[in-house]
Design a protein around this ligand. Structure first.
Ligand code: SER
Length: 889
């Protein structure tokens, strides 16, 4: 059965039984403690913990998931994939254990002809949390399982949580016995023979901080008893497709076939190659899905995970012997499979592939640079007669050039060398410790959201700031260092939650409002405004006067000037985005933005620099839209309606049922956005693009000034032009020609000067040639030319002097000059001198030794240099001495 069919049947089965089908949330998790969504239940956490009322009592989904903790295991076991899909059915205080088991058993064992998966009942087992007698009774009653096919397991196996504080509960899994060739009887631990494929979590508790799968405290009960199940889509696929592992299912295997075709190696012929094939197939698919959800490669967090996946895939192809760019072949192959379930990937493939290919290109460049460093290190080790590359070298290759350690090991082995992997590991551990300490420091204050949750339970903060800038309100609560507090005094910085507020909390790229909160006898300055949990607006304030406490009546007042400028900047961002897409085409999609009064920046998918003409065109289109005074409006609608309308959504954002669409000039610009905006585009004022740069593979950044700032910026440029114009005594429009003319003249003058200098140096030639020193019959000219003569001129001088000396007598010319503190020497000799056994190369070497350097060359002319200018006289004397030795000895 095809994977897409397994998924379709699942959703159909539960939809027929009253479950609302919910689309997968994007892979980047909105929970700050998680990088990617690791399980199907994650988007439903607010319903489980009672933070939000679920809009439906039961739901079903196929959630995209990424887990990279076990990345090293990929390809080695049958079941570790970095990207996978989890089919789930969920009950929010509706049905519980009994019904969950009934549904699962029914769908798993129902014949395929009747819409089920048709598993043979006789090889199925159930595991339960060891003290859950109720679950055991249900399995016996509902599924008719005998005692010996129900296994009691401990917390590690049968108690499920997300690995972080939050909802959790005992669970029960359906296992399939794949037969003795996969392992020993009743060995539940190993995981291959008794493969678990459907986990039913009886979500009823809440957990606290703690390590591992067993070492955390259970803090209490959830408000209701819920169900969260997860059926591993890939696992069911390989069981039903009669293949051995998740890499050989229909959605993944074609990439292995393509990799085999490219590399010329066979899958199944060599166990080491097989792991590489599986790594390629797994990682290419994961990268496709992750980029599809708006992540770009980088050095931190999600971007780093993606970078690592792409580089591991490319490297595995190289280890399979394929050195050309490979993603251009592999990514489209993966797309062909994945688009069956995710058609949106095809529409977005231009952007996705651009990002992936650029990253491969970047990696290939680092490989090239790293390889020459590697070769140098190998040469050093070999010249010392050693057989091991130091851990520090391997670490440098990894850290600076992105060389994975196994690549270094393999390349070293090809040169007959070992690598000190222990030393490498120590350095890696040290680096990781440093990174962890940094991360802890960064997180402090925001990771523990319990204080916010406590205040959020008292209700949603109403935002009044779309309609007004000042609102009468009341203090609902206070937080000091993340903990709920009862009062705060003058001089303190605390967080304040109001019943309603006109203050805009930083989001969607727009920074928070500034202003004051005043009350009878109290005054608070608003420093920052955030929304740490959904529905809660928190003001970080400094108490300027008085005391603030819950219940206090206040007047919240946003700084008018600030907000006007913030609106200009945010609307300006939309205008620039629309202009960008009008000029570059629809692929130039925003991937991030930031705006504050007077300034905006916008990151967008594009892989090459924009030339000046394109930048000007974008600026012109944007300013024309401003001048046309287009109306700006916002309205609410459902997400599908917004999509239908062509409103642009941001990647990786999770949107509510009702979304806000901001338009400028009707269809010209339509974006999903919660920000504050001007009412007419002319209120944006002016927009001036100040820079365009790269911020990573396939992503460019435009920066611009808005409104008065744009004018100030232009004013500064005008002043600069005036200054130039005055000092060059030219009208502004003449400046480019004048500067070009000046540089041209400067270049010509420098050339002329060089010629004169060389002429002076050479002018000494006749004089020098006429007064050689006699060294045992050899005519020797040893001369220190003025400082600053370059190597070329020095050579010319030596040859000129030699040419002026009689050919029938041995002649040696040695000339030296010190250039920027560095001495250079040239020795030239004539044929007669060569017949006498003298060699220019030998003499230069002797001179260079005195200069602390090296030299060499042919017998008739040679040059060298060094670092020790004090050795110049010694060098000339050494040449003379060597001539004497040579002709007398
Ligand atoms: N949350 C459980 C899991 O991920 C079941 O969906 O296994």
């Amino acid at each position: 059965m095809e994977t897409s069919e397994i998924r379709r049947r699942f959703l159909q089965y539960f939809e027929d039984r009253g479950h609302t089908v919910v689309p997968s949330a994007p892979l980047p998790a909105s929970d700050p403690n998680l990088l990617f969504v690791p399980a199907g239940m994650v988007p439903f956490v607010p319903y489980f913990v009672g933070q939000q009322t679920p809009p439906f009592p039961r739901a079903t989904s196929v959630q995209k998931c990424v887990r990279t903790l076990d990345i090293e295991e990929v390809g080695k076991t049958t079941r570790h994939g970095t990207f996978f899909q989890m089919n789930g059915n969920f009950s929010f205080g509706d049905y519980f254990k009994d019904q969950a088991v009934q549904y699962a058993w029914d769908l798993v064992t129902k014949p395929q002809s009747e819409g089920g998966y048709g598993f043979d009942e006789s090889v199925l087992y159930a595991s339960v949390y060891y003290e859950d007698d109720e679950a055991i009774d249900i399995w016996k009653r509902v599924a008719g399982l005998p005692d010996d096919r129900i296994v009691r397991l401990g917390m590690k196996d049968n108690f499920w949580s997300m690995g972080v504080p939050g909802p959790c509960g005992p669970c029960s899994e359906i296992l399939i016995d794949r037969g003795p060739e996969f392992g020993a009887e009743r060995d539940w631990e190993a995981g291959d023979r008794y493969l678990e494929f459907w986990n039913l979590v009886f979500m009823q508790n809440i957990r606290g901080e703690g390590p591992g799968k067993e070492g955390y405290p259970i803090l209490g009960e959830l408000p209701k008893k819920n169900i969260d199940t997860g059926l591993g889509l890939e696992r069911v696929a390989y069981l039903l497709q009669g293949v051995d592992n998740m890499y050989e299912i229909d959605e993944v295997y074609p990439v292995i076939e393509k990799a085999s075709e490219l590399s010329g190696r066979k899958y199944g012929a060599d166990p080491i190659d097989d792991v590489r094939f599986r790594v390629v197939a797994d990682h290419v698919r994961s990268a496709l899905m992750i980029i599809g959800d708006g992540v770009t490669p980088g050095n931190e967090q999600r971007g780093y995970v993606l970078r690592r996946l792409l580089r591991r895939a490319v490297r595995s192809m190289r280890l399979l012997g394929y050195e050309d760019p490979s993603l251009v072949e592999l990514l489209p192959t993966s797309l062909e499979q994945m688009k069956k379930s995710y058609p949106e990937l095809e529409a977005d493939f231009g952007r996705i592939s651009q990002i992936a290919y650029a990253e491969e290109e970047a990696f290939r460049r680092t490989l090239t640079a790293g390889t020459s460093i590697f070769d140098l290190a190998v040469k050093n080790v070999q010249s010392q007669g050693a057989a091991q590359l130091a851990g520090a070298q391997a670490f440098q290759l990894h850290d600076t050039y992105g060389f994975p350690i196994d690549l270094t090991v393999e390349m070293a082995a090809e040169q007959g060398l070992r690598v000190d992997t222990e030393g490498f590991k120590t350095l890696m551990t040290e680096q990781r410790e440093r990174a962890k300490a940094d991360a802890r420091a960064k997180k402090a204050g925001h990771a523990d959201t319990s204080g916010y949750r406590e205040l959020r339970e008292k209700g949603v903060t109403e935002f009044t700031g779309y309609q007004e800038l000042s609102t009468d309100s009341q203090v609902r609560g206070l937080l000091r260092d993340g903990v709920v507090a009862s009062a705060a005094e003058q001089g303190e910085t605390v967080e304040v939650v109001l019943e309603k507020t006109p203050f805009y909390a930083e989001s969607g790229g727009q920074i928070a409002d500034e202003g004051l909160i005043v009350a009878d006898g109290a005054k608070l300055q608003v420093l920052d405004v955030q929304r740490p949990v959904k529905g809660l607006i928190v003001h970080k304030v400094k108490v300027l006067e008085g005391v603030v406490q819950p219940g206090l009546d206040v007047h919240a007042q946003v700084d008018h000037e600030w907000r006007v400028s913030a609106c200009q900047a945010h609307s300006g961002t939309h205008v620039i985005h629309a202009a960008l897409r009008q000029v570059l085409g629809p692929n130039a999609l925003q991937s991030g933005s930031y705006n504050k009064p007077g300034y905006l920046r916008l990151d967008f998918a594009w892989s090459s620099a924009l030339d000046q003409a394109t930048r000007s065109e974008i600026e012109e289109v944007a300013n024309l839209a401003v001048r046309q005074d287009l109306p700006v409006s916002a309205q609410y609608m459902t997400l599908p309606e917004a999509r239908e309308w062509g409103a642009l959504a941001l990647f990786g954002e999770t949107y509510d049922e009702q979304v806000r669409v901001v338009e400028i000039g009707g269809p010209w610009s339509r974006e999903l956005c919660g920000g504050t905006h001007v009412k007419h585009s002319s209120q944006v004022g002016a927009l001036t693009v100040t820079s365009e740069s790269s911020v990573g593979a396939g992503v460019r950044r435009l920066e611009a000034f808005v409104g008065m700032e744009a004018l100030h910026h232009l004013g500064k440029e005008r002043a600069l032009v005036r200054l130039l114009s005055e000092s060059l005594k030219a009208r502004p429009e003449e400046l480019p020609a004048r500067i070009a003319d000046l540089s041209e003249r400067l270049r010509a003058a420098e050339k002329e000067l060089e010629k004169v200098r060389a002429g002076q140096v050479l002018a000494a030639a006749a004089e020098l040639a006429s007064k050689p020193k006699d060294v045992f019959g050899v005519a020797y000219v040893g001369h220190r030319a003025p400082d600053g003569v370059n190597g070329g001129d020095l050579r010319k001088l030596a040859l000129d002097v030699r040419g002026r000396m009689p050919a029938d007598r041995p002649a040696v010319v040695a000339v030296l000059s010190v250039n920027d503190g560095k001495p250079a020497v040239v020795v030239a000799l004539n044929d007669t001198a060569r017949e006498w056994g003298l060699k220019a190369g030998d003499l230069v070497r002797i001179a260079a030794e005195q200069l602390g350097g090296r030299g060499g060359g042919k017998d008739d002319v040679a040059q060298g240099g060094g670092t020790d200018a004090a050795g110049v006289d010694g060098a000339l004397a050494a040449v003379e001495h060597a001539i004497g030795q040579s002709v007398t000895g």
